[in-house]
Structure formats: C-alpha cells, structure tokens
Design a protein around this ligand. Structure first.
Ligand SMILES: [Ca+2]
Length: 362
C-alpha cells in the first residue's frame, strides 16, 4: 500500500517537473507524445508550414508556455495552410491518435487535424481527419484516430500530423500530440473478440477480419493469416463492393509479396469481372491495373516466352480497352489516365518485340 502511494506521488512530482521545465513529453491523455516541440516553445523547430506558407510563430496568444503557431488564411486562398510534423519508427498495426488545440476569432475559418501515413501503402484509405472547429474565442481540442496498419512498414512506420486551416481568418495552434492508443497486439485481441462473438453482424465481423488481415500483412508479416482473413471478408459480405475491394487489394498485395504473380493476376481479373461495371471509369482503371498485373506476371514467367507473350498480348488488349472506355466517357477529363495507358501500351509492345527476339535466340 505504502509503495503504491509512493509511486503515485512520484508521477505527480514527475509531471509537475515536466510542466515546470516547459516541455510536454506526454499528451493530455497521459500517453507518451511522439511529437517534439509540441507547444511551439522552441519556435517552429521540427514543424513544417505547408501549402499556404502563411504560418508564423505567435507570442500574442498561447495555451501553454508563452508561444503558439499561427496560420493566417487570407481571402481567395483555395487550399488552406497548416503546420505538419512527421513521427517515425511507429508500430505498424497499432492505433494512433492526434490531438491539437486550436483557437479562432471568427467562424469564417475552420481548422482540423489530420493523420497522413507516409509511404506507398496501396490501400485507398489515405488519411484520417478530425471534426472541424466548432467554437470561436476559446481554445478547442480537436482529435482523430488512425490505425497504423495503413502505413507501409517498409518506410519505417511514419505518420504525419497536419493541423490545417481553411477559409478566411486566423487560427492559432498549440499543444499538438500524437500518441499510441492501442498496441497492435491489443488491437488484434479486440478484433478476435468481435470475430468470435456468435451474433455479431456480418458487416462488423467482415470489418474485423479486414482490419486483422491488414495487421497480419503489414505489421506481423504473417501472409498466410492475412490471406485467410481477407478471404473471410469476401465470404461474409460478397455484396459489399467497397469492403470487398479493400479485401481483394489486400489479397493482391499479399500474393505479390509472396511472388505468386499468377494468383495476383487472378485476383485482378476477379476485381474487373465481379466488382466493376463495363463502360465506367472505375472499370477502365481496374482494367489498366489488370494489364499491369499481366505485365508483371509475364516478367516473372521468362524464360517461358510462349506463356509470357500470351500474357503480354492480353495486356495489350486490356490497355486498348481502357483507352477506348476512357475516350468514350470523356477523353478530356481522363487525359492523364489515357496517356498512362498509352505509355503502357508502347512499353508492352516493345517487351513483346524483345521477348520474341530472345525466344528466337534461345
Ligand atoms: Ca505553447
């Protein structure tokens, strides 16, 4: 009993000391803050003022210490401006939370905090954002949470925290934090509970399988478990196109990671056949990806030139099909996508020539 009191006292003393020293290594929630200079007491060190570049250090208004960071959004600026900092070396599969304190005088400007994963992870869910500011004339806490499974673990597990102001007016920012809410292990355990719950709705279970599959894929690198979990998603909610597309993109990346390119191609074929409608831009986009998968498969089939050439022929047809579809919808609106498909077509025709020459020289 005595020991516990002593421990509690120690922590009270320790946090008091931290405040006294003017540093904030902990977020308001008590978890470790993974950002540095979170209260701008060391100026703007560690922070990047992005887009509008109208940010500056402020000593006229602050929540803690004697400083904050200001964003001045003047009229006609379309994309807003903000402050950003990247945290590196995070645990893939864990859940992270960003908190920021913001202040505005007028409601013509709003602010929100974002977490953006760094790297090239293929999932379409790119970022998480908070609610926008609700109050004026007072410091307001805005927050958002993000699963780190979306980080490309090859990039070292980095998340960027953005505090963005949009509209017209000034926003002050102070005491920004990024903290871990749950470890990957705890998150996985909670998902397993949802999965094991007998009467949980299919949609909820499917989401849990999807999340667990992504943790297995990106965090634990357990590819077999990832494939099993993604497969369960497709079995549980076959009619839920968006969720199935996420699961299939997980299956696709897992096969690619396993260098199983024929199965990767099979998955893209399934996406095109079962989850897109011919004549739509989405269809053309997936058809282009199908072509890319065939080219990748062909590349790994060499020196089996007959098989490789067959894949490249099919890829040629697909790129042409994508171009035709985009052109029929709106050639001007899909100019970039058409150019990409045309470039792929040129490259694949060159590959076909080379493969035929190499095959003849065997
Ligand atoms: Ca401060």
């Amino acid at each position: 009993m005595k020991l516990r009191v002593k421990t509690a006292k120690y922590y009270v003393l320790k946090s008091a000391l931290m405040v006294f020293m003017g540093t904030a290594p902990f977020s308001d929630g008590g978890a470790e803050n993974l950002l540095s200079n979170s209260g701008f007491e060391e100026g703007t060190a560690g922070w990047v003022n992005f887009w509008g570049e109208t940010g500056s250090l402020s000593t006229e208004r602050f929540r803690t210490g004697t400083k904050s960071a200001r964003i001045n959004q003047f009229e006609g600026r379309p994309h807003g401006s903000g402050w950003a900092q990247t945290a590196e070396g995070l645990e893939v599969g864990a859940i992270y939370r960003a908190d920021a304190h913001v202040y505005r005088n007028v409601d013509t400007v709003t602010a929100h905090v974002w977490i953006v994963p760094q790297g090239n992870f293929p999932y379409p869910r790119a970022s998480t954002t908070s609610e926008k500011t609700q109050t004026t004339g007072t410091w307001e806490l805005i927050s958002c949470e993000m699963p780190a499974r979306m980080i490309d673990s090859w990039q070292g597990g980095s998340l960027m925290v953005h505090v963005l102001a949009e509209g017209t007016g000034e926003v002050w920012v102070d005491d920004v934090s990024l903290s871990q809410v749950k470890t990957a292990m705890r998150q996985k355990a909670e998902l397993a509970t949802v999965i094991a719950f007998p009467i949980a709705p299919a949609a909820k279970k499917a989401q849990a399988y999807l999340d667990r599959g992504e943790i297995s894929f990106a965090g634990a690198r357990d590819l077999d478990s990832a494939l099993t979990d993604f497969g369960e998603v497709l079995r549980l909610v076959p009619e839920d196109t968006n969720t199935c597309l996420l699961a299939l993109s997980g299956v696709l990346e897992t096969y690619r990671r396993q260098n199983d390119f024929s199965n990767a191609t099979r998955v893209v074929r399934q996406i095109v056949d079962d989850y897109t409608f011919a004549g739509t831009a989405d269809h053309a986009k997936e058809v282009t990806k199908f072509g890319n998968a065939l080219v990748e498969e062909a590349d790994h089939l060499v020196p089996n030139y007959a098989e490789a050439l067959q894949r490249l022929d099919e890829a040629t047809n697909l790129y042409q099909r994508a171009i035709t579809t985009y052109t029929a919808i709106d050639a001007a609106a899909h100019k970039v996508a058409i150019e990409i498909a045309e470039d792929k077509l040129i490259a694949v025709r060159q590959d076909i020539k080379e493969y035929r020459a190499d095959d003849g020289n065997k």
